[in-house]
Design a binder for this molecule. Structure first.
Ligand SMILES: *[C@@H]1O[C@H](CO)[C@@H](O)[C@H](O)[C@H]1NC(C)=O
Ligand SMILES: *[C@@H]1O[C@H](CO)[C@@H](O)[C@H](O)[C@H]1NC(C)=O
Ligand SMILES: *[C@@H]1O[C@H](CO)[C@@H](O)[C@H](O)[C@H]1NC(C)=O
Ligand SMILES: *[C@@H]1O[C@H](CO)[C@@H](O)[C@H](O)[C@H]1NC(C)=O
Ligand SMILES: *[C@@H]1O[C@H](CO)[C@@H](O)[C@H](O)[C@H]1NC(C)=O
Ligand SMILES: *[C@@H]1O[C@H](CO)[C@@H](O)[C@H](O)[C@H]1NC(C)=O
Ligand SMILES: *[C@@H]1O[C@H](CO)[C@@H](O)[C@H](O)[C@H]1NC(C)=O
Ligand SMILES: *[C@@H]1O[C@H](CO)[C@@H](O)[C@H](O)[C@H]1NC(C)=O
Ligand SMILES: *[C@@H]1O[C@H](CO)[C@@H](O)[C@H](O)[C@H]1NC(C)=O
Length: 888
């Protein structure tokens, strides 16, 4: 009928074509198409397109009974180059044109104007970068339009949809169109069953008229810039099977109408600002996948979810859900995957989720779940990810869980789980990451762990493990078992773990010598932390290949002898902490050329002799910020030229930007124990803005060089317990960040320089046990110091001492009032001690009270997702809504 109507035009067209010599024969057109594409494409699509063959038998060609071409279906045939629409649209009977999933590009030759019979047009999934959509306004018979994923730009011509009242599929998503509100024209297309408008810059609200599109089976609006509430009229779309609203800015509660959508199988409203409870979803009996993560939903998960027989995946992490998870959850379902992390769930882990033998992922990190890990999970042979980090789980791990045959990640860290790691771990042939730190695990590390040959990470720090370390898997990259009760020696077998990057066995009772072979795997090593054990003997001189090494900590052992010279090869060394040993050597000036050394701690050893009595290389510890030489037997003058040249302590990189921390690798954090204001504290993360010099308790003599005043970002200066003489240099007034100054127990003379009152961050001052005289400066910070800052001097006078100064001693009137307020602002300002300590996390008293705030705000992402199996855990939002990867 329709073709008949067009017939006169056809004749007319043929006539003109003949006149102009254009070949309109369908075969000729196809042969031209072939030759066009063969010039640009490496394709086998046209191998059957030979004149020996009937045109209607060509691959991808369909004809009608009159032998006119009606369909060209050449999708996914590696076609590249330009699409010659001009000749294609001379095919008079063409109803279907399909070039999806090729690599066609701009420009598009010719127009669609003549393709008036088209019912099906697929130009999706090509590379039309920089092209606008061709004019489609004449395609009034179109039923299927796919332009998705082709990188079209410009403004989509929604007006041209007006005539396409028969349109069933409209797919415009994944194109960088100019932003527009939800197109009115679409709301009239009442025959639509499939509407894909994801990621094509739709802004504003979903109009209520969406309820007109009653035939919709699929509605995709993800990855747009939409706002407002989900309209109640969505409840009219009773045929919907899939509703995707992911990654917009929708607000408010789920609308009442949702309960109507009983055919819904996939509902994704993740990454919005939705709130309220899920009671509207109680009736979605056919739901297969429910993604609601990263909203602010609250209330309990409806118990009806436990009866959704088809439920396969449930991802509700990062909301504010409370109560217990429905205990029936998954017991009837073909459950594959649940991520309920980062909520406020309490109560036990539902026991039956593995019953059907389909469960692969159980993620419930960071809730407040209690009770034991259900014994039934020990049979969960399908389980790949078992992650319950950071809850309040107790009991022991049921036998069998350690050895789950397919599991990749076991993460039970930060709970109260006790009992042993059992030898069945040898069955966990696919176990890659084992996180069980911060629990109460006891017993020995079973030697069978070496048979878990896929293991690359073992985190067992902060438990109560005892016995000795035996065999380890040779595949290991990270082995952290600090803060346990291990005894015995480091096994030589550890040296077979030649990929090891992170070794932290600190805070145990390990003994013996440090095995020489540790140098064998130095090529990969980033961190070696052996501190707080009982190792003795010398440090082996095997660091020649440790180019990657960033952190080396031997603090708190019985090590003796010389510092190994091969350390000079560790060009990436950032932290070298050898404190609290018995090392007997001169100052290692040969380390001064290490370009990245931030932290050098040699305190409490038997170092001796002068510092800097050598020909220098002209490079003076260019990054050094923490230098602790205290409690040794260094002698001679203070090293003036270091004070002139320690550049990293001079540059005030205005810390507007985020504080940076040294040495964050996965869950490991560098830490250094320093004496801060008289307290030994463990700095868990070493802020790169932290700067300190501690030369206390040595035999330094002579004066304090005025050049010390150049280290203007120093926060801590301790020169106490030496034999320093002469005056306190007034240049110390330049240390404007200084928070603690201890010059006590020396032989300093003269007056306290009044300039020191300008040190407004100074919270602790100790000048006691010297030979100082004259009036104590008054005002500003000095108003806050007590007697003990000054006692045992020759002749100090004035407040806070009870000794009045004679009139000769009187200084200008004190500036008392001005800094009353600053007392508070010290601690409120970004440079105060408390803030610094907060950065170090929860190891210290102040940190405990306040530090966790920063910890919580700054790091859930780091804490939770950093060590995902694929290490892409940092990516929370995923780009392609159609192929969303699950969080592992
Ligand atoms: C064409 O494709 C085939 C198979 O896809 C491949 O082996 C061949 O190398 C390609 N030729 C060119 C020139 O790219
Ligand atoms: C198409 O090919 C088949 C065999 O593949 C043949 O039987 C048939 O005759 C051909 N049709 C035409 C119209 O050539
Ligand atoms: C394209 O064809 C290849 C095989 O030639 C197939 O593996 C792939 O899944 C197809 N892609 C689409 C999107 O159909
Ligand atoms: C995107 O376009 C392809 C054809 O290029 C089509 O097969 C697919 O269904 C479309 N995707 C959606 C979500 O509409
Ligand atoms: C809409 O769809 C129905 C049922 O598929 C069909 O009968 C009707 O012709 C379509 N309307 C238009 C305008 O194509
Ligand atoms: C639910 O569907 C019924 C028809 O099945 C309709 O009358 C009602 O208005 C719908 N409710 C909402 C809130 O859309
Ligand atoms: C999230 O919801 C809870 C409970 O409804 C509410 O207390 C909290 O303020 C909300 N948070 C945000 C960020 O909106
Ligand atoms: C977790 O629950 C226990 C009691 O079950 C409670 O004492 C504790 O305060 C809760 N912790 C948090 C962080 O909510
Ligand atoms: C969210 O959508 C925007 C486009 O509106 C896109 O740029 C962004 O990458 C998406 N984010 C995620 C996590 O998918």
């Amino acid at each position: 009928m329709s073709r008949l109507l067009l017939y006169p035009f056809y004749l007319l067209f043929c006539f003109f074509s003949l006149l102009s010599g254009i070949q309109t024969d369908d075969l000729q057109i196809l042969m031209k198409l072939k030759s066009t594409f063969l010039q640009t494409s490496n394709t086998s699509a046209f191998s059957s397109w030979e004149s020996s063959n009937s045109m209607c038998n060509f691959t991808g060609i369909t004809c009608n009974s009159d032998n006119f071409v009606t369909e060209i279906e050449l999708s996914n045939h590696s076609l590249t180059g330009v699409l010659p629409l001009d000749s294609i649209c001379h095919l008079q009977s063409l109803e279907k044109l399909s070039f999806g999933f090729n690599s066609l590009n701009c420009p598009i030759m010719g127009e669609l104007k003549n393709c008036v019979s088209l019912q099906y047009l697929d130009l999706g999934n090509n590379f039309f970068m920089g092209c606008s959509v061709p004019d489609i306004s004449s395609l009034s018979r179109l039923q299927y339009l796919y332009l998705n994923g082709s990188k079209f730009s410009g403004t989509f011509p929604y007006k041209s949809l007006q005539n396409m009242i028969g349109l069933a599929h409209l797919s415009l998503g994944d194109n960088p169109f100019n932003p527009l509100p939800f197109p009115k024209e679409v709301l009239k297309l009442t025959n639509l069953t499939c509407l894909y408008l994801c990621s094509c810059s739709i802004q504003g609200t979903i109009p209520a008229e969406i309820g007109n599109l009653k035939e919709l089976i699929y509605l995709g609006l993800s990855d747009n810039i939409m706002t407002g509430k989900i309209p109640i009229e969505i409840g009219n779309l009773v045929n919907l099977r899939e509703l995707e609203l992911y990654n917009n800015s929708f607000t408010g509660k789920l609308p009442v109408g949702l309960r109507n959508l009983t055919k819904l199988e996939v509902f994704d409203a993740s990454l919005n600002y939705l709130e309220g409870d899920l009671s509207e979803l109680r009736f979605l009996n056919n739901v297969v996948s429910l993604y609601l993560f990263e909203n602010n939903f609250s209330g309990q998960v409806p118990s009806e979810f436990g009866k959704f027989k088809k439920l396969v995946s449930l991802s509700i992490y990062s909301n504010s859900f409370t109560g217990a998870l429905p205990q029936e959850l998954g017991s009837l379902a073909k459950f594959d995957f649940i991520d309920a992390s980062e909520n406020f769930f309490i109560g036990p882990i539902p026991p039956n989720m593995c019953k059907q033998g389909t469960m692969r992922g159980l993620l419930m990190l960071q809730n407040n779940l209690t009770g034991e890990i259900p014994a039934s999970y020990a049979n969960c042979s399908t389980l790949l990810r078992f992650r319950v980090r950071n809850n309040s789980l107790s009991g022991s791990v049921p036998a069998g869980i350690w050895g789950l045959p397919n599991v990749n990640i076991i993460d039970i860290a930060l709970n109260r789980i006790h009992g042993p790691i059992t030898s069945d771990i040898k069955n966990a042939k696919f176990l890659v990451q084992l996180f069980a730190e911060n629990n109460r695990l006891s017993g020995e590390l079973p030697a069978e762990i070496s048979e878990a040959t896929s293991l690359i990470s073992i985190y067992l720090n902060d438990n109560q493990l005892s016995g000795s370390i035996q065999q380890l898997p040779t595949s290991l990259l990270s082995f952290l078992i600090s803060n346990n009760r291990l005894t015995g020696e480091i096994p030589h077998s550890i040296c077979n773990a030649s990929f090891l990057q992170l070794l932290d066995i600190s805070n145990n009772s390990l003994s013996g010598k440090i095995p020489k072979c540790l140098g064998n795997f130095c090529d990969n090593l980033l961190v070696m932390n052996l501190q707080m054990n009982n190792f003795h003997g010398t440090i082996p001189d095997t660091f020649a290949n440790c180019y990657q090494l960033r952190t080396l900590v031997f603090n708190g052992n019985q090590l003796e002898g010389l510092l190994p010279k091969s350390l000079v090869n560790c060009k990436n060394l950032e932290v070298l902490d050898l404190g609290n040993n018995k090392i007997n050597d001169r100052f290692p000036y040969w380390l001064e050329a290490l370009p990245n050394l931030h932290v050098l701690v040699l305190k409490s050893n038997r170092f001796y002799g002068p510092i800097g009595n050598h020909n220098t290389s002209g490079i003076f510890f260019p990054k050094l910020r923490i230098l602790d030489l205290s409690h040794n037997e260094f002698s001679g003058l203070l090293p003036r030229y270091y004070f002139e040249n320690l550049n990293a302590m001079m540059i005030n990189e205005d810390s507007k930007h985020e504080p940076q921390y040294l040495g964050e690798i996965f869950y490991y954090q560098d830490s250094v124990v320093l004496t801060v204001k008289g307290l030994e504290i463990k700095l868990q993360r070493i802020l790169t803005i932290f700067t300190t010099i501690d030369f206390s308790s040595n035999k330094f003599e002579g004066e304090i060089p005025k050049e010390l005043g150049r280290l203007i970002i120093l926060r801590l200066l301790n020169l106490s317990h030496n034999s320093l003489t002469n005056h306190i240099p007034s240049s110390l007034e330049n240390l404007s960040q200084l928070e603690s100054l201890d010059l006590s127990s020396n032989r300093l003379t003269g007056q306290i320089p009044i300039q020191l009152t300008s040190l407004t961050f100074l919270a602790k001052l100790n000048l006691s046990r010297n030979k100082l005289t004259g009036p104590i400066p008054q005002g500003k910070q000095f108003g806050t110091f007590e007697n003990d800052s000054y006692y045992d001097n020759l002749g100090l006078c004035g407040l806070p001492l009870q000794i009045n100064c004679s009139t000769n001693d009187l200084l200008p009137p004190p500036l008392l009032l001005i800094f009353e307020e600053d007392n508070d602002s010290i601690f409120a300002s970004g440079f105060s001690w408390r803030v610094v300590l907060m950065g170090y996390g929860c190891g210290f008293l102040v940190g405990l009270a306040m530090g966790c705030v920063v910890f919580k705000r700054g790091s859930p992402q780091w804490l939770l997702r950093f060590v995902e199996g694929d290490r892409n855990g940092k990516m929370r939002r995923h780009n392609n809504p159609r192929s969303r990867k699950r969080r592992n």
